[in-house]
Design a protein around this ligand. Sequence first.
Ligand code: SAM
Length: 281
Amino acid sequence: MSKSLISEEDRAIYKLHQLIFRETGMETERNYSWRSEFMLNVLTNFGLGYNPRSDYLTLSQVYSLERMIKADEELRDRFVAAYCPSTVWFDRNEIGGKVVSKSRELGEYRVLSAGCSKGSEVYSIAIAFLEAGINLADVILIGVDVNQKAIEQAMRGVYLNEEFDHPYNQLPAELRTKYFSKQGNLYVASEELTSGVEFKRCNLVNGEEVAGIAEEKFSVICCRNVLKYFDNDNAEIIINNLQQILEPSGIFFCSADGEENRRIKAAGFEEVGKYIYKKSN
Ligand SMILES: C[S@@+](CC[C@H](N)C(=O)[O-])C[C@H]1O[C@@H](n2cnc3c(N)ncnc32)[C@H](O)[C@@H]1O
């Protein structure tokens, strides 16, 4: 009788990657080594009695995790949050000004931040609209993410000091104080910001969920630092899903290098700037 060449732990690890893939669409197997802090820390927090220093991960632990997630929505949200890399990076690559400038060219103000994490991109764009003299009542600005925990934080517009004062925060000091107030160890977005934008949970791989984000098509969609976490098939599905809700000649901002760039162009977008694409009519 031939002995299995795959250990039980290898099968358990494969099963865990599959579970993450099913819940988030993300391919952790490609992006993270099994022994990375990122993968191990999470497991130790889910009450499986798993100790990465002394134990092998077993199939029955992963099956029990799967059952627990199915039965408990709060736990499922925590699981998704644990495996979705969240970022708080205000005005990353000066996205606010770029979105406002393209929106003005189009004469339309309907913007989606796809994979918005904890909302920093959405608030940066909102600030840029306000600074350009455009009232948020005249703008549709929506952020979506699969991570419910990140969406809840985005809605509240509340950030820990260390999240907000991150060295990558590119918001000038005067805009930080104009639109955020410091409360203890938190920065809190102004009412003008939080009431002028919208956040929703949405899995970008799911065409129905994406189609249901808004009634009207968007003039600008940002999907930055998201596609790199997906395998080829799912990256293509996300691009196609977003293309369906972008109006003709609408603008698509992403962070496309190599394969991602090729895939976006193959889907019928014209490259009109670095990481900026225009939907063909
Ligand atoms: C690295 S962050 C990028 C955040 C922001 N776009 C930026 O550029 O700073 C990637 C985001 O993609 C989200 N994400 C991962 N899989 C997703 C999915 N299937 N649907 C929606 N969002 C997803 C993660 O939760 C995370 O917030």
